[in-house]
Design a binder for this molecule. Structure first.
Ligand code: IPE
Ligand code: IPE
Ligand code: MG
Length: 257
């Protein structure tokens, strides 16, 4: 597995098209309520938006797309809604895995899967294996995921793998391979739909230098045009990673000669 460098240790290379896009798909319930439909109808509709965005990301050359489907705190929702989401998750995995493989898209799941029933766990394993060799896009679904859980599970696994570790030996490089997204570079662009401006325990570690884009558009209405709007905004950011604008300008000058 390639180890990706940390944005706090080495200044990453930047590109016009984000290599890694991470999305909090929010606003499904409100989309449905506005139409006097049950909240869960918004989740079904949201699935259509996921398909569009996956395909568009692959088409334009995004390498990694990560979406937040179910947070470790979403178990607090009414049991009927949680049950519906679980069924929808299983159904969509079953329905989409062949298409993902045909389109050369590899599927990964991050999160604590042990809380899901065995049918889901089996389907996740099958889908990951079936798409493992696909190269055009890595599509990650975060399910029963929490950023704090991620850091803690990484720390626990790191300690288990390195018995007798002393505190001075704990470094970013040592911990990084145990984080659940160790296979991907850190996200360049974060998108949250649905109007809230918060991170809601998504990729806390990995978002250290990610550009954060918020839109009021509700997830089921988020389409290719909305994605390009976010990319345009991203293209206008100056990614300094702690440096000054003058330093970036002089680097650009020296690259030009
Ligand atoms: C996001 O939409 C989907 C999940 C959290 C599963 P919401 O269900 O949070 O929709 P709102 O925020 O209530 O409108
Ligand atoms: C975040 O949305 C989680 C997902 C989109 C899966 P929530 O709707 O659960 O977030 P909060 O509760 O408004 O912060
Ligand atoms: Mg919400």
């Amino acid at each position: 597995m390639t180890l990706h460098t940390s944005s706090t240790l080495v200044v990453p290379e930047v590109s016009a098209i984000p290599r890694h896009v991470a999305i909090i798909m929010d606003g499904n319930g409100r989309w449905a309520s506005k139409r006097l439909m049950p909240r869960v109808a918004g989740h079904s509709e949201g699935l259509g938006a996921v398909k569009k965005i996956v395909e568009e990301c692959r088409r334009i050359g995004v390498e990694y797309l990560t979406v937040f489907a179910f947070s470790s705190e979403n178990w607090r929702r009414p049991p009927e809604e949680v049950g519906f989401l679980m069924k929808l998750f299983l159904k969509s995995l079953k329905g989409e895995v062949s298409r993902l493989a045909e389109n050369d898209i590899s599927l990964r799941l991050i999160g604590d899967l042990s809380r899901f029933d065995s049918a889901i766990q089996d389907m996740v394993r099958f889908s990951e294996e079936k798409t493992a060799g696909c190269k055009s896009l890595t599509f990650t679904i975060a399910a029963n995921y929490g950023g704090r859980w991620d850091i803690l599970q990484a720390m626990r696994r790191c300690l288990d793998a390195n018995p007798g570790l002393i505190s001075e030996q704990v470094t970013e490089e040592l911990l990084q391979p145990y984080l659940s997204m160790a296979y991907a570079p850190e996200p360049d662009l974060f998108i949250r739909t649905g109007g809230e401006q918060r991170v809601s325990n998504f990729l806390l570690w990995q978002l250290a230098y990610t550009e954060l884009y918020f839109t009021d558009v509700l997830w089921p209405d988020f389409d290719e045009a909305q994605l390009h709007k976010a990319f345009k905004w991203f293209g206008q950011r100056e990614r300094r990673f702690g440096r000054t604008s003058a330093q970036l300008a002089s680097l650009a000058m020296s690259d030009a000669v």
